[in-house]
Design a protein around this ligand. Structure first.
Ligand code: PGA
Length: 253
């Protein structure tokens, strides 16, 4: 069987503050990735920096969006449609990131966004994760609900191209209480596969790639892939420092 590429995704969030800084980060990363194999690198910058991708020219680097709106067109001030992203050359779209959910995205809206991304022939990176890991395991029902409601009306053939990023909220960003362990990730990865095989079938579930995100850094990146079995990583803070992001890519492949 052909080995599946590992995916390393940079989520720049609302950074950096200057176009010149964004250009410099893009340039360093694209120079490095020029010759790499078996790994896909996706950069999700803020919208105003999308143009840099064309300027820098590096086929290996793929463009991702941090969000999308689900309506096709029209009077939706401040929103960007899936077809606009597609037309710009975007291949991947983060949907349901916890920072978007905290601003109001519901499972229903996440579902509409996933369907819009699929319709425009891009790949959704469906983000899920609980805010608290309680001792009674209620967080598992929460994750299950996020997945089942987020994937409503997504067909079997569409589901196999979806990427799921498990990002426990307690492990994200500078307010993280701690980083998840590879063993915790393994447990959730198996749980997600089980939900997917119940929703679809085992074959579909095994084809869905599951990533880990939340305080990924050069010290823990390898363990999530090797011990945790992650198909890739979603990196926030450390994706803004090319040296660290390149180290993470090197460790992951
Ligand atoms: P972090 O962010 O790596 O800074 O924790 C990850 C994310 O929110 O995608």
């Amino acid at each position: 069987m052909k080995p599946v590429n590992k995916l390393i995704i940079a989520n720049w969030k609302m950074n950096p503050q200057k176009k010149t800084e964004a250009e410099a980060i893009f340039k360093d990363i694209s120079t490095f990735v020029k010759n790499i194999k078996n790994t896909e690198i996706i950069i999700c910058p803020p919208f105003p920096y999308f143009f840099i991708k064309d300027k820098i020219k590096g086929k290996k680097l793929k463009l991702g969006s941090q969000d999308v709106f689900y309506e096709k067109e029209g009077s939706h001030t401040g929103e960007v449609s899936a077809s606009m992203l597609k037309d710009f050359g975007v291949e991947y779209v983060l949907v349901g990131h916890s920072e978007r959910r905290s601003l109001g995205d519901t499972n229903d809206q996440v579902n509409k966004k996933i369907l819009a991304v699929i319709k425009s022939k891009m790949c959704p990176i469906f983000c899920i994760g609980e805010s608290e890991k309680d001792a009674n395991g209620f967080y598992l029902s929460f994750i299950k609900q996020q997945i089942t409601e987020g994937l409503l009306a997504v067909t079997k053939s569409q589901a196999k191209n979806i990427i799921i990023a498990y990002e426990p909220i307690w492990a994200i960003g500078s307010n993280a209480t701690r980083v998840a362990t590879p063993a915790e990730f393994t447990e959730i990865r198996i749980f997600i596969k089980k939900i997917l095989s119940d929703l679809y079938d085992i074959k579909t579930a095994s084809g869905v790639r599951i990533l880990y995100g939340g305080s990924v850094n050069p010290l823990n990146a390898e363990s999530f892939i090797k011990e945790g079995g992650a198909d890739g990583l979603l990196v926030g803070r450390d994706s803004l420092t090319p040296k660290k992001f390149i180290q993470i890519i090197n460790l992951a492949r």
